[in-house]
Design a protein around this ligand. Structure first.
Ligand code: TRP
Length: 324
């Protein structure tokens, strides 16, 4: 049987943080062994909510450096920008005939973004966000999409579009499944549910030991643990969550010593910061060995391979639809 395919994607928003690593990247790297992966840089998708493209090139390079440093192997898995493979736009147009505007207006992610960003109105392309995402996935005939919970409504729409195409014209697309990550989200330093650049509660993958310590020392812990010897509640503490991800060996001892009041928050944070720094030391080293020119070479190569794949799919689409 043919190797199963995975399409993973992110919008290029710049340097990635440890939440991206835990929630997505680590999983992408692990899946490379078993699947043929395609790694998409969703630059068109950025435009749905932000027309300012001035930082797009730098943000793209920064993000790809983090992908490669984390272990994405660009020889095995093409890394490419959506905007450089024209077939995305074509398939998006054809798919836009297969779904109603009412269905897209019901998309919960759209409603959330409108609320969170305080958008006064929705542009046409923003309504079509999931249609473009369906084109991203199905252009490579991907069977699975490794994403967090927040993207499952988009993958559901991709399945609906695949089904509609297949029954209208002929079966050429798989119905892609969501492949949820084990820890879909890491809490932010401020204790908020999600680590996110716009909330300013992140530790970047490129941060060195001192930056990490400066970020971690300000993190919110159990508000009832005021003095060093007060008993703490690890289960509501962000720092404990980080220990349980990056410092698994010491986690049981940290739970015990926090609960008994032997371990104070400052010492606990110092150990946490040191462990995060140690965990990502190879990442930082690899990242700093990558130049912008190397990233551009990786993209050019990935884009040539992605174009070949995309052209093959579009040929099947044209044949099946009797276009041309
Ligand atoms: N919408 C995704 C996000 O915000 C990015 C994305 C675009 C994507 N196209 C994709 C993710 C295709 C998976 C598959 O994270």
């Amino acid at each position: 049987m043919a190797v199963k395919r995975i399409l993973s994607g992110m919008r290029p928003t710049g340097k990635l943080h440890i939440g991206h690593y835990v929630g997505a990247l680590a999983n992408w790297v692990a899946l490379q062994k078993e699947y043929q992966n395609f790694h998409l840089i969703a630059d068109y998708h950025v435009l749905t909510t932000d027309l300012d493209t001035s930082s797009m090139p730098a943000n793209t390079v920064d993000m790809v450096k983090d992908w490669i440093a984390a272990g994405i192997d660009p020889e095995k898995s093409p890394v490419f920008r959506q905007s450089q493979v024209k077939e995305h736009a074509e398939l998006y147009l054809l798919f836009s005939m297969l779904i109603t505007k009412e269905r897209l207006e019901r998309n919960p992610s759209l409603k959330e973004q409108v609320r969170d960003l305080g958008l006064p109105a929705v542009v046409y392309g923003h309504l079509g966000y999931p249609v473009l995402q369906a084109a991203d996935i199905l252009l490579y005939r991907a069977d699975a999409v490794p994403v967090g919970e927040d993207q499952s409504s988009h993958v559901e729409i991709s399945r609906e579009i695949a089904r509609k195409f297949n029954c209208t014209y002929g079966r050429i697309f798989p119905e892609p499944r969501t492949k949820l990550t084990r820890f879909s989200r890491l809490p932010g330093l401020d204790g908020k549910a999600k680590m996110s650049k716009s909330l300013g509660n992140t530790v970047f993958l490129s941060d060195g030991p001192e930056d990490i310590w400066q970020a971690v020392r300000k993190a919110v812990t159990d508000p009832q643990k005021i003095y060093r010897n007060d008993p703490g509640r690890p289960d509501i503490c962000t720092i404990f969550t980080y220990h349980s991800v990056f410092n698994t060996d010491e986690t049981p001892a940290i739970r015990r010593d926090c609960e008994s009041g032997v371990l104070g928050c400052v010492d606990c944070k110092k150990r946490c910061a040191a462990k995060i720094a140690e965990y990502f030391a190879p990442h930082r080293e690899k990242r700093s060995s990558l130049s912008d020119a190397m990233v551009m070479d990786i993209l050019r190569d990935g884009e040539a391979r992605a174009r070949r794949e995309a052209a093959e799919t579009m040929e099947m689409v044209h044949d099946t639809m009797k276009l041309g």
